[in-house]
Design a protein around this ligand. Structure first.
Ligand code: B12
Ligand code: SF4
Ligand code: SF4
Length: 308
């Protein structure tokens, strides 16, 4: 028993020492309610052309299928709220993409995390994930007590808002679990729903991904963005933060301490002209470590043209 509580303290302290802002733990078990919600989301086509969302349904809803013998899901949050803003009246980049690509930053932290667990606790089996794996990350964050899923679909912490990345570490290590976050502090507010320019926020915390600006500007690989969306992007050229910017809970956001998320100079200072004139060669150099490379040069050009 003592061992379990010592291991839990070790996990929580390690999370903080690696720079994660919050850490919560839940029992690794099948997610029945969420499986139903995900199934209905997919059946309605809310994933648009993100075909990867249809894959690995069983793994997505059952951590023991991702890590055999899994006992615990450790959920970690990493703040990315930048202390600086872009210039006024320029194409807007989502805050999460101001600095280096979080996939790489978090992947290396998770690797060290696992290594430290092995060195200090013993031979354990575990895998770390962030974003690109079949894990319902917001669900685990809520289940492990870190916050609630708001009407805008984002995981919101009561103390510091929603500008956080989520990562999970699924392990066969038995740990003390945290209580799920059962309250919902959205109340009667509808600011996110009222502000979404493409009406992507539906009732019951459901987001129609196929109408989200983030989907059109990052995930959609077609060379044309549907004409019905013309004029609706409010200057968003890579991702969209509107439903988080208007959220009253984000007045509690604090600047990130993660050095890797320090904004790239060009993102803060590029003028309209700089974006228009950037060559593929400079794009590749400037945004080598940035999430913008996911859209590639052609994608960024497509997005800029759509804003004209
Ligand atoms: C596909 C995807 C997208 C798609 C679809 C969005 C969506 N809402 O599903 C698109 C490209 C549009 C997108 C956009 C964005 N995304 Co995204 N995305 C994902 C991804 C890869 C999968 C999400 C998923 O499974 N969707 C399917 C739906 C059904 O699941 P879900 O929304 O997660 O909902 C679950 C829970 O919220 C819960 N739930 C939902 N409703 C309810 C209701 C009740 C009552 C209860 C109890 C629970 C509950 O159950 C659901 C499962 O069934 C995750 C990473 C991951 N592996 O989880 C990142 C992720 C969700 N995205 C993230 C981010 C940052 C964004 C953007 C802010 C990026 C940007 N600035 O442009 C926007 C925000 C858009 C929005 N309002 O949601 C973060 C969210 C962090 C946070 N604080 O919540 C994640 C977790 C990535 C990460 N590792 O940090 N994204
Ligand atoms: S990210 Fe933008 S487009 Fe997507 S749901 Fe939020 S406000 Fe709407
Ligand atoms: S804007 Fe209002 S309704 Fe939307 S997530 Fe924030 S508190 Fe909830």
């Amino acid at each position: 028993m003592l061992q379990k509580s010592e291991h839990t303290s070790f996990v929580k302290n390690t999370a903080l020492s690696l720079g994660f802002d919050y850490c919560g733990i839940s029992k690794a078990e099948k997610l029945d309610d969420d499986a139903r919600r995900l199934e209905s989301w997919l059946n309605k086509g809310f994933h648009g052309k993100m075909a990867y969302m249809e894959n690995y349904f069983d793994l997505r809803t059952d951590p023991t299928k991702l890590v055999p013998g899994a006992k615990s899901v450790i959920t970690l949050l990493l703040n990315y709220f930048p202390s600086e803003k872009q210039k006024e009246d320029v194409p807007k980049v989502s805050k999460y993409a101001f600095g280096n690509d979080y996939h790489e930053v978090i992947k290396s932290k998770l690797k060290v995390f696992l290594q430290l667990l092995k060195e200090n606790i013993g031979e354990i089996n575990g895998r770390g994930f962030t974003d690109s794996a079949p894990v319902l990350e917001r669900t685990w964050a809520e289940k492990s007590g870190l916050g609630w899923v708001g009407k805008n679909g984002n995981l919101i912490t009561k103390n510091s808002g929603s500008f956080f990345f989520i990562a999970t570490l699924i392990t066969d290590l038995e740990l003390e679990t945290d209580n799920p976050f059962v309250k919902d502090y959205c109340g009667s507010c509808t600011k996110c729903i009222d502000s979404c320019p493409t009406d992507a926020i539906l009732p019951d915390k459901v987001i129609d991904g196929s109408r989200c600006i983030s989907y059109f500007t990052i995930e959609l690989k077609d060379m044309l963005i549907p004409g019905e969306m013309k004029g609706k992007f409010e200057d968003r050229m890579f991702g969209c933060d509107i439903c988080q910017d208007v959220c009253p809970w984000n007045r509690f956001s604090k600047p990130s301490n993660e050095i890797e998320f320090t904004p790239i100079n060009e993102i803060l200072n590029f003028s309209n002209n700089d974006w228009e004139e950037i060559t593929e060669e400079s794009f590749k150099i400037i945004f080598k470590k940035s999430p913008l490379k996911r859209s590639k040069f052609e994608g960024i050009k497509r997005n800029l043209k759509f804003l004209d």
